[in-house]
Design a protein around this ligand. Sequence first.
Ligand code: SF4
Ligand code: SF4
Length: 372
Amino acid sequence: MGPHGLVNGVPVLYTWHTQFARGMAVGAIRKSLKAIAKTAFASLLPREVFNHEADMNTLRELFRTYVRTVEIENHSYCNRTCSFCPNAQIDRHSGNTRMADTIYNKILRDLELIGYSQTLVWSRYHEPLADESIYDRIAEARKRLPQAYLKIISNGDYLNPYALERIQAAGLNRLAVDLYLPDGKERDPSAIRSGLEQFLTRTGLEIVRVSDYSFRCEGTKVNITVVIPFFTAANTCTRGGLVEVKELNQYQRTSPCFRPLDSVTVDYTGKCVLCCMVRSDSPHHQEAVLGDLNNPDYTLYHFYRDLAPARRSLLAPGPKLGVCKSCTWATCTSKMVWRPKAAALAARIPGFHSAFRSAVKRASRIRELEVS
Ligand code: SF4
Ligand code: SF4
């Protein structure tokens, strides 16, 4: 039995078919609304966003308005070599190189200049908690960027009560643990039980189930979640062509991408790369290494300027090339593109772009990476 309703004044019983169709319709409407909102957003971006000759003051303002995530590596080492990660082919295991203090200080200095209040995340192709220096570096970031949201993405292998105490004392806001189970066991109930038990015994944490494969930890000031990833052809990505996904061999991306607008990514070497997929230690990705903080005169804002051509091509219609060709990350309808005519029209309306920027800044207070 389902709930009752009226159709043309006649009482009907909704079957599960009706409810299913309604659910699908709501999902489709939501998806379309999201695509329309993104199209509008992309088209109304000010011209300076695409200008690779913008001056430093403009670039700082653009960075403050549009960048949501600064993603860095603290060092090179990861203790794992997961089969779905480029680390299975590129060695991040046999040695460890820390990001130089000069580079780290430059990143903090640049972010300090604009009172950066978005996410600074240690992630990418290293295990952040594997190197002692991470605790002092979080504490330094906390001191110099009091408004920033400090986050680590970790495989959880180094997490124990002492490490927890230290990340808490250092001022980390968020720890997202990806609990990797052996290949082929990711959805095996006994492997999940045993993986979680080991994690809880080692850390002393308690967890609350959020959904089948995600959990929230209790008993700590840091917001900690545990997710059990399971990568399939449908939800994985080639990491800029570095990981073979048979089903994507013929894939050609046409969908736009906002990454070069809303994020900046720096390797442990200080090299500035197109996005979180790209790594400067791969010969196949050299065309997507766009800047270098080792150059004394080069700052995060120069890098944001140097992302302008990528923003132009990635928000425009048409096939995406290079490392983006096989990337399935955050794809959506290809109608969602930057429309220069709409942008030019909007630019003629007095005060439009300052109102647009304040709206973007207000909206950015909602931290998209946060989960309950
Ligand atoms: S733990 Fe993360 S960074 Fe390390 S190999 Fe696995 S996926 Fe890559
Ligand atoms: S399309 Fe993929 S590879 Fe290209 S910038 Fe976006 S996330 Fe990075």
